[in-house]
Design a binder for this molecule. Structure first.
Ligand SMILES: N[C@@H](CCC(=O)N[C@@H](CS)C(=O)NCC(=O)O)C(=O)O
Length: 204
């Protein structure tokens, strides 16, 4: 059994999607960010950065427990543990890793910065617009890519799709104009949203 510490955020959703899609049994422990539960001594023992998501796998490699933060590390851990969503063929891996990094290190952090600006006491409109424009540019490129293939890194579903969908879902909810008018992204997102594991992961 794996313990998941999470809340309704894109990074948490990435971890939860990973567990659901990989078919790994887990118990959800909701963390109330508004109450600052992520900064409690008990939580800091799991992640000294005081951030969600975190998993504790009580049956890690060699039967030893593993405590892991960073949503993309959790995604890759689940993929490797289950043998799913990461191609075994070394020739297929670079495209998957490239797509994964765009989703996890470009799209999601820029959205986090945009959201942070919007929720600040005095939101700076030009800064918010700059982040929105950057996100839109990434999704315009995804729209071109997804016209040529079914999934982010080819025709097979991989960790890249799972990561991008977690970011996409939050962006679509908070600022839908960023992803509007991109038919291939919309087709891909509709297929992702209909997956039973993603439906389960989306219910916080
Ligand atoms: N790079 C990290 C980012 C984690 C992160 O930013 N977590 C946010 C929620 S999405 C958080 O815990 N914020 C509360 C805080 O920093 O106090 C990941 O991918 O997991």
């Amino acid at each position: 059994m794996i313990d998941l510490y999470a809340a309704a955020t894109s990074n948490s959703m990435r971890a939860r999607i990973a567990l659901e899609e990989c078919g790994l049994p887990y118990k959800l422990h909701p963390v109330d960010l508004a109450k600052g539960e992520q900064k409690s001594a008990a939580f800091l023992a799991l992640n000294p950065n005081g951030q969600i998501p975190v998993i504790v796998d009580h049956d890690g490699p060699g039967g030893k427990p593993v405590t892991l933060s960073q949503s993309t590390a959790i995604l890759l851990y689940c993929a490797e543990k289950s043998g799913k969503f990461l191609p075994q063929d070394p020739a297929a891996r670079p495209a998957v890793l490239q797509a994964l990094m765009n989703a996890s290190t470009d799209v999601t952090p820029i959205f986090g910065a945009f959201f942070g600006v919007m929720r600040s006491k005095e939101p700076h409109a030009p800064t918010a617009q700059m982040f929105k424009d950057r996100l839109r540019e990434f999704f315009k490129v995804w729209d071109v890519q997804l016209a040529k293939r079914k999934c982010c890194a080819g025709d097979e579903l991989t960790v890249a799709d799972l990561s991008l969908y977690a970011g996409y879902a939050r962006i679509k909810g908070a600022a839908p104009e960023i992803v509007e008018g991109l038919p291939n992204v919309a087709r891909w997102a509709g297929e992702m949203a209909a997956r039973p594991a993603i439906l389960r992961a989306s219910k916080f």
